[in-house]
Ligand binder design. Sequence first.
Ligand code: 3PG
Length: 400
Amino acid sequence: MKILTLDDFDLRGKTILLRVDMNCPIDPATNEISGTKRIEEATETINALKDSKVVVVSHQGRVGNKDYIGMTEHAKILEQFLGRPVKYVEDVIGALAQSEIKKMKNGDIILLDNLRFCAEENYEFSPEEAANTIMVKRLGDLFDLCVLDSFPSAHRAHPSLVGFSHVIPACAGKIVEREVKKLEEILTVAKAPHVVVLGGSKVTDRLEAIKMLIKRGRADQILLTGLIGNVFLRAQGRVKYPLGIKGEDDAVSKAHALMGEYPDVFFTPVDVAINNNGQRIELDVRELNKGDQIYDLGPKTIEHYSKIISGAGTVFISGPPGFFEKEGFSYGTKALLEAVANSMATTIVSGGHLTSALKKYGLAEKITHISTAGGALVLYLTGEKLPMIQSLEAAAKRSG
Ligand code: 3PG
């Protein structure tokens, strides 16, 4: 299905709403951005809109979580990457945002505040409903074009992702254009066995996608790491204490059911490294105690996982296996990425953390496709239609 791109529009002098994904990891101790990859990425499309008035919007974090903060620091970092001024407007849909947009001149760049400060951006809507939200009604008329470049949130049906594009012309930005093209190519050549290495902290989202990945032939073996690995270890009874995560009982019972239904698919760590006052201590998972801070995989797990990866036809790795940024705990992430990079398989690396890790270890060149998207990419691989992509397709169809 066709989507429009920037090449399909005369952009000069136009006021453009640019929806990017600058949702960054936030250090809970300092409330500061700890990974800037997505901000850097956003510059590509902004630079392609030099002769327009560009209003950049993004969400950051989730309501109630520590990473739910405003966009002040994002604006400063974006300005540094661009080498041009970015005006931060501490408002999303109010009078201030509207008047600042109306005052813009060609070449100006504004960054509005965290979209999720507007309640509607935390809910999913049909395109018609989204077009009817206060957000779209208040801001929609101010723009000539909506550019959607937020691939990591393409699986969300929020007003900024499916609403504006329903009422004004819309096209893909550079990242979305590239991702869609590359992933379509990859999926036509992807070969079995499909090995999925899954980590990260968004456990509920991942549990939902896993079943679809298996059913649709995109996951023959799933190697679990990180928090989701711990949930499966609990479901196996090998970790005996509660992990203290939101919705834990439900997650553990879902993991249990999945392993019952697909007994040969899942692999869990046999050993890990914990952080004991900054010191790395390696343990068998059965020796773990409540309060132990798991920071990395252990050597036996790495050896086992690397062997499975070396026999894969396609490898998809999402979510960091450990706290690779902390000294003494990079071993597992580095070793698994090396195994992926050195395999003969088609390889896809997903998520901001792993993208940074690849760069750090000089492995990026050896990977077939690298994406800062996490959950959206997982869903894309299941073959599910992503609302933001559907909305771009509908906009292309409407334009004739
Ligand atoms: C992500 O980081 O996966 C995207 O920014 C989407 O964030 P969300 O899962 O909070 O909607």
